[in-house]
Design a protein around this ligand. Structure first.
Ligand SMILES: Nc1nc2c(ncn2[C@@H]2O[C@H](COP(=O)(O)OP(=O)(O)O)[C@@H](O)[C@H]2O)c(=O)[nH]1
Ligand SMILES: [Mg+2]
Length: 321
């Protein structure tokens, strides 16, 4: 144990210096849920990087877009971390060959670290691991951490909680804008992107979205940009990066960055409390024979689950004091 700790302390030093091999190792540990001590140690060194979420339906061109944004940021001497969260298809297996080459190419450069995360157990678990990995990349001195998620459910809404800016990517394919509205994606967008600008219908989608947003209550001081890009040709990326910078400035100037980050920290704290309680509950809080009895009694309607839960919760709370 002592030896393990010593190694970790050295690791942390290297991590803070941005050593890519050490980043990879620590990210893997954290991904496997083994890095709580590490996370505690690195926490004081975090809060410096800007987290950007890129979400949207599968195939919208998120990975291509992330690659283009990262290239531009690297060109401005920024350090960039990328986390690709794809529960259905891991990056290495699911992405098309062309994109893989683009990303792999990028991964070899200095000042960039890319990690693709596939589903690990529950979707909730994936979201938790992503937040921890983002923290590691923050400590490793990344100026920007780009987090790509599929916009289909709870996970990306959850991950949006760790992002300062959320980009929602749509493509001019039928029903996309409606799908996005249903999934609540428009609610979380700070910047909207219509990618595949080379495809027919992209202008129309931009107009539709502009119309949809006219109806929405506007956030004071932030006029939501709706941009058109063609990621495969690196078109529209400069405007997108400018919009990202403006949003960052807006958040800083209005004090929203601090306010939101404080809220997110509280949320994170609550999540971690819940997780601990859940783990505790999985251990035998209720003796085996009592469980059987309870089950029978509830089935026979002699007891009800509401009352039982209340009693047991009280017992646990009292017991933990
Ligand atoms: N025509 C066109 N294809 C694109 C564009 N951007 C990405 N693609 C292609 O769309 C497919 C899906 O892209 P990918 O980045 O993997 O999408 P993701 O699932 O959202 O990450 C790939 O074949 C890309 O080459 C674009 O601007 N125009
Ligand atoms: Mg992708």
């Amino acid at each position: 144990m002592e030896r393990f700790r010593a190694v970790c302390m050295n690791d942390i030093k290297s991590l803070l210096k941005g050593d890519k091999r050490v980043i990879a190792r620590i990210v893997s540990a954290v991904e496997d849920g083994k890095g709580e001590d590490l996370l505690e140690s690195i926490f004081p060194h975090t809060g410096r990087s800007f987290h950007i979420g890129i979400t949207g339906p599968p195939g919208a061109g998120k990975s291509t877009l992330v690659t283009s944004i990262a290239k531009r940021l690297l060109g401005c001497d920024k350090k960039v971390g990328i986390i690709a969260v794809d529960p259905s298809s891991p990056f290495s297996g699911g992405a098309l060959l062309g994109d893989r080459i683009r990303m792999t190419d990028l991964a070899l450069k200095d000042n960039i670290f890319i990690r693709s995360m596939a589903s690990r157990g529950s979707m909730g678990g994936l979201a938790q691991a992503t937040k921890d990995v983002a923290l590691v990349l923050d400590a490793a001195g990344m100026d920007y951490v780009l987090i790509e998620t599929i916009g289909v459910g709870q996970v990306e809404l959850d991950i949006a909680q760790v992002c300062d800016t959320t980009i929602v990517v749509l493509v001019p394919e039928s029903g996309d804008s409606i799908q996005a509205m249903k999934a609540g994606l428009l609610e979380i967008a700070d910047i909207m992107v219509v990618n595949k600008g080379d495809r027919e219908g992209s202008e129309r989608l931009v107009s539709e979205l502009k119309f949809a947003f006219e109806m929405r209550e506007k956030e004071a001081g932030w006029d939501l940009p709706i941009l058109k890009t063609t990621a495969i040709k690196d078109e529209g990326i400069e405007e997108l990066v400018l919009a990202l910078e403006s949003h960052e400035k807006h958040l800083t100037k209005t004090g929203k960055l601090e306010q939101e980050r404080k809220k997110k920290l509280l949320l994170r704290m609550h999540e971690l409390i819940e997780r601990r309680i859940r783990v505790h509950l999985q251990k035998k809080v209720i003796p085996e024979n009592e469980i059987k009895q309870l089950m029978e009694s509830m089935y026979k309607r002699q007891l009800n689950p509401y009352r039982v839960a209340k009693k047991i919760a009280r017992r646990i709370i009292r017991g933990s004091r």
